[in-house]
Design a protein around this ligand. Structure first.
Ligand code: ADP
Ligand code: MG
Length: 378
């Protein structure tokens, strides 16, 4: 007797896949020893990161800089590239600054979407269509929403081979179809009892599903990766969206596309789920290392401030110079830490102690924290 097909495969990647199955999928598709072993490892690594980040007195110090890296790398997956220098400068100048190059602004919009979505879910408690539309509009700086039935959206093959640019996959389309598929995904995300029982497995399945629904004309990769982090925070596996998950995906980009296609073309859920769980494990460890290094580095500087200077409120100053890599006087005055003259004097003093590096770019004075730049760069 032929084996029962657990997952129907997409018959034609050039035609809209309107028969894309709804969630949940059959648990037999992930009931597998290797998957559960890898799930255990991913959960453990994530729990260590969660524990460490709860113990930080001022997590705001981390969330600024670490989410910035996530934004940069998730955008790079979509070939939106910016340099650290441009990015740090733009962050330092705040978003009102119109000078930043297009890709840099795009990266900052990703980070904004990450935060806006996070707050939206805190407020509403549940995923809904508006949540996704919000992400999309911020990422794409656009006023529209779910793609209309006439939009002939498809995912092109990459590379430079003879098939480059031809459809690798064509998402569902037609009146109300995308909305119905998205609503089904939303129900899956909000449901407490539906299979699978673990939220990381849920995230793996939901990310695939979101990408194959491809509800927007563009920005789906980024919106889907932001959603991943929000699935984790909404379920309190992490309190803040600081996991640097896209880093693994960027470094294993070919596999990412391969395994997404593998589900649609062969029903190969196992490879996809294992891939995403490895991403969680690896990036949890990487993020933990960064968090620890930031804390240690800040403590070292605090010690120097206490022993070698007379600055007032040394703890606050040490924390302030780790909230972003390029510090300016107004960052200290805006927080009401010090008066302007005092702030400038302190930053100059830190530069003399070689804790910060003073740099003038287009007439603006920046005080670069090289220790933080180094931690963010690996
Ligand atoms: N074969 C595939 N099946 C489903 N999703 C895919 C496939 N290949 C790529 N993707 C997803 O599509 C995303 C790109 O879609 P796009 O809307 O252009 O997003 P962005 O603008 O953020 O790049 C990729 O990042 C990936 O998540
Ligand atoms: Mg794109």
């Amino acid at each position: 007797m032929p084996k029962k097909q657990l997952y129907p495969v997409n018959p034609d990647r050039t035609e809209p896949w309107n028969d894309l199955p709804d969630l949940p999928i059959d648990p037999a598709l992930y009931r597998d020893v290797e998957i559960y072993e890898q799930l255990g490892q991913a959960k453990e690594a994530l729990a260590l990161l969660a524990g460490r980040s709860i113990a930080i007195p001022n997590p705001a110090m981390l969330i600024n800089s670490i989410t910035l890296q996530e934004a940069k790398v998730s955008s790079a997956i979509e070939n939106v590239f910016t340099t650290d220098d441009e990015l740090y400068k733009a962050v330092s100048d705040s978003k009102s600054d119109g000078e930043a190059p297009g890709p840099t602004k795009e990266v900052l919009r990703y980070r904004e979407a990450l935060w806006e979505g996070y707050h939206y879910l805190k407020e509403h408690g549940r995923f809904d269509r508006d949540y996704f539309i919000k992400l999309y509009r911020i990422i794409q700086e656009s006023g529209d929403g779910i793609r209309p039935p006439f939009a002939r959206t498809f995912i092109p093959m990459g590379g430079t081979g003879p098939n480059a640019g031809k459809p690798a996959y064509t998402p569902p389309r037609g009146k109300g179809i995308v909305e119905a598929k998205l609503d089904n995904l939303i129900e899956f995300l909000n449901s407490e009892e539906s299979q699978p029982d673990d939220v990381l497995l849920k995230m793996c399945i939901a990310h695939y599903q979101f990408e194959v629904i491809h509800p927007f004309r563009d920005g789906n990769g980024r919106a889907g990766r932001i959603m991943n982090l929000h699935i984790i925070t909404r379920n309190h596996r992490l309190e803040l969206p600081i996991l640097y998950l896209s880093r693994y995906i960027l470094e294993h980009k070919q596999d990412y596309y391969e395994y997404l296609s593998g589900v649609s073309q062969r029903g190969d859920w196992k490879s996809w789920i294992l891939y995403m769980l490895r991403a969680v494990e690896w990036t949890s460890q990487l993020t933990l290392r960064k968090v620890n290094d930031i804390i240690v580095s800040k403590e070292e500087i605090l010690q120097v401030l206490r022993e070698q200077t007379d600055v007032r409120r040394p703890e606050d100053l040490a924390e302030a110079i780790f909230t972003q890599p390029y510090i300016k006087v107004n960052h200290l005055t805006d927080r009401g830490l010090y008066a302007e003259n005092t702030a400038r004097n302190y930053l100059n003093e830190l530069a003399e102690l070689q804790i910060l590096e003073k740099k003038v770019i287009r007439g603006k004075h920046y005080y670069i924290n090289p220790a933080l730049v180094e931690i963010l760069s690996y």
